[in-house]
Design a protein around this ligand. Structure first.
Ligand SMILES: *[C@@H]1O[C@H](CO)[C@@H](O)[C@H](O)[C@H]1NC(C)=O
Ligand SMILES: *[C@@H]1O[C@H](CO)[C@@H](O)[C@H](O)[C@H]1NC(C)=O
Ligand SMILES: *[C@@H]1O[C@H](CO)[C@@H](O)[C@H](O)[C@H]1NC(C)=O
Ligand SMILES: *[C@@H]1O[C@H](CO)[C@@H](O)[C@H](O)[C@H]1NC(C)=O
Ligand SMILES: *[C@@H]1O[C@H](CO)[C@@H](O)[C@H](O)[C@H]1NC(C)=O
Length: 580
């Protein structure tokens, strides 16, 4: 019965985005604290890269999200004192539509011995009596990572502004026998049929990454299970684990406590060593409390990603109002720390994405929440337009720096696809940067590159190319590569211009007129792309100097030797959201 209650009330399930250890140009971890930069006032607060409809706080360093009771709550990791990492608190904003946000006072901040050195990431759970409760990582007086509880001070306050941290219960989990520097980011809890809550905490032992399992009957006394829910050797620290069920059929989301034969489970981890997130699709065995990824899902840091670009520290939550599971991810900047200090801010949230299991059962599909379409304004359409080999066609009359584009390409006969050995396909990102996109058709292949040039200057000197290229692996076996190439995105030197890429799992040989679709959300310094209805997603951060504001242009291009047809392209001017 507790189970049923939990399900019924879980429309309020909140979550908190993750965490903390990411810095510009600093690979290989830990808590680099830019002490001297923490109090610097921004010198030239540049507004041109400040996003118009992606969430960001008024200033300073941020990451991570949450949701509750008819209102979406976004709790995020925030440095009140500077655009660098440090002094981490839980900042708080609320929204009725996931688009426009109102800021509130900080929800959780260091006050007690169990969190005096920082309030890091965690998650919220709704208890069966409709009481939200948060588990978060505190840094205690000894610098250890411990897990703490927080609850709303006044449940009658619809905004849940104030949170208390009961001293008699905290810390609820301490790193006994564990590495106290690698013990963090509790998940949303789920309730078993036995009436016990379960929660995961990220951890590593030597180089083995693991999701530790804790159980509790009352949410206060937690006991560590003998075995982790899952672990994988040589993957390093698992940050921000997320564990949730998805329906085998359909796009609806379900509460975190649901299980049964109609359900698969997903385990996502943010790999601290690689600075990327990976997920597997698999089965959760509740009687053993173990999770087993399917044999189509690699758990060794080479597998599936939500996003093959910039996307980290993400969390999902179940939105019972609309029966969907929503994914929030955080993306950091690609410019230098000094630039961030000058801009006065760093880090943004990706557009929240609805997520469900693909028909194949092998991967997830993601799509921007429908609410974002409320910002769509003036629309431009292009229909049945042939893109000859080597052509670039402008999409006119759009606010190209702030636009939502959806396009479907119709492909020629797949016979013209170039041959590629399977070994080259192991590292799609490498393939994308090697092939790149180009201005000259000689460098193009049989089918592709074709796609969009976004945030492009009139002379193309600056441009970010989001494109596809199709290869033949064997007779009648095709592979679709999707790339986001920002190698020419900016005339600025000291920004990261890594080209990103991923494969799109689609059966093209099927059907007489193969098509591929692409949606790209452009927001000043963000290029967020969804290939083939959200099967493969890539997010880039770019900082053009010419292609800004009115001087930004949008083009469709085809550098392949075979012509490609735009069967339909729609581009909408995007309005500015009200954010903080
Ligand atoms: C709790 O919140 C409600 C609604 O905002 C308010 O009317 C009430 O005074 C608050 N109670 C306390 C003890 O602060
Ligand atoms: C504990 O974790 C920290 C942070 O990753 C690491 O530097 C340290 O080597 C780990 N200690 C042991 C004993 O594994
Ligand atoms: C993977 O698992 C499925 C059943 O879930 C099985 O039919 C298939 O043979 C397995 N493939 C391999 C390569 O083990
Ligand atoms: C943040 O961005 C930098 C530079 O673009 C990159 O090297 C780093 O790995 C990123 N960190 C995360 C967590 O994404
Ligand atoms: C773009 O605007 C110009 C001038 O208003 C107009 O002539 C042209 O038809 C428009 N093109 C499209 C595709 O809307």
């Amino acid at each position: 019965m507790a189970m049923a209650t939990a399900t019924a009330t879980s429309m309020f399930l909140p979550l908190l985005g993750c965490l903390f250890v990411f810095f510009h140009g600093f690979a290989g971890a830990s808590h680099l604290f830019y002490e001297e930069l923490n109090t610097v006032e921004p010198t030239s607060v540049s507004e041109q890269y400040r996003t118009a409809y992606h969430f960001q706080p008024p200033k300073n360093w941020m990451n991570g999200p949450m949701y509750y009771n008819g209102l979406y709550h976004l709790f995020y990791q925030y440095n009140p004192y500077g655009a660098v990492w440090g002094n981490i608190v839980w900042a708080h904003s609320v929204s009725t539509d996931l688009v426009n946000w109102q800021p509130l006072e900080h929800a959780i901040y260091p006050t007690a011995p169990f969190d005096i050195k920082g309030c890091w990431s965690g998650s919220a759970t709704i208890l069966p009596n409709n009481k939200p409760i948060i588990l978060y990582t505190g840094i205690d007086t000894q610098g250890r990572q411990v897990q703490n509880l927080a609850m709303p001070k006044n449940l009658s306050d619809p905004l849940l502004r104030e949170w208390v941290k009961p001293a008699q219960h905290n810390p609820t989990m301490v790193p006994n026998g564990l590495n106290a520097s690698s013990f963090r980011d509790p998940t949303t809890a789920w309730l078993g049929k036995d009436g016990h809550w379960r929660v995961l905490v990220g951890n590593k032992r030597h180089k083995r990454g693991m999701a530790l399992l804790y159980r509790s009957r009352d949410f206060v006394w937690w006991v560590k299970a003998k075995h982790p829910l899952h672990s994988s050797k040589d993957t390093g620290m698992w940050e921000c684990p997320d564990f949730f069920p998805v329906l085998k059929k359909g796009q609806l989301g379900i509460d975190t406590s649901v299980n049964g034969p109609h359900v698969k489970h997903v385990l996502k981890v943010s790999l601290d060593d690689l600075k990327h997130e990976y997920y597997t699709v698999g089965t959760y065995f509740p009687n053993k409390d173990r999770y087993m990824p399917d044999n189509t899902s690699a758990d060794d840091g080479t597998g599936l990603r939500y996003d093959y670009g910039k996307f980290y520290a993400s969390k999902t939550f179940f939105d019972g109002l609309q029966n969907r599971r929503i994914l929030w991810g955080w993306m950091n900047e690609s410019d230098s720390v000094n630039d961030d200090v000058a801009k006065g801010w760093s880090g943004v949230q990706a557009i929240p994405r609805t997520l469900w299991l693909d028909k194949s059962g092998k991967q997830l599909v993601q799509w921007p929440v429908v609410e974002i379409e409320s910002l769509r304004g003036k629309k431009v359409d292009i229909v049945d337009k042939v893109l000859a080999s080597g052509s670039v066609v402008e999409v006119p009359n759009v606010t190209a720096a702030q636009v939502d584009v959806e396009v479907t390409f119709e492909l020629p006969s797949l016979d013209q696809a170039d041959r590629l050995d399977s070994a080259s396909l192991t590292y799609p990102q490498l393939l994308c940067s090697k092939l790149g996109h180009s201005n000259t058709k000689q460098e193009g292949g049989g089918i592709g590159p074709f796609g969009l040039l976004v945030l492009a200057s009139k002379d193309y000197e600056e441009r970010t190319a989001v494109f596809f290229r199709i290869f033949k692996k064997a007779e009648n076996q095709h592979v679709v590569l999707m790339c986001s190439d920002q190698s020419r995105s900016s005339l600025q030197e000291d920004v990261d211009k890594t080209t990103y890429g991923g494969l799109v799992d689609v059966d093209l040989a099927h059907g007489s007129k193969p098509t591929l679709s692409l949606r790209t959300l452009v927001d000043r310094s963000i290029v967020e792309s969804f290939g083939e209805g959200g099967k493969t997603c890539i997010t880039s951060r770019v900082y053009p100097v010419k292609a800004v504001g009115e001087n930004a242009h949008l083009y469709a291009f085809n550098y392949a030797s075979a012509p490609i047809t735009i069967s339909k392209l729609s581009a909408w001017a995007m309005s500015k959201a009200k954010i903080n």
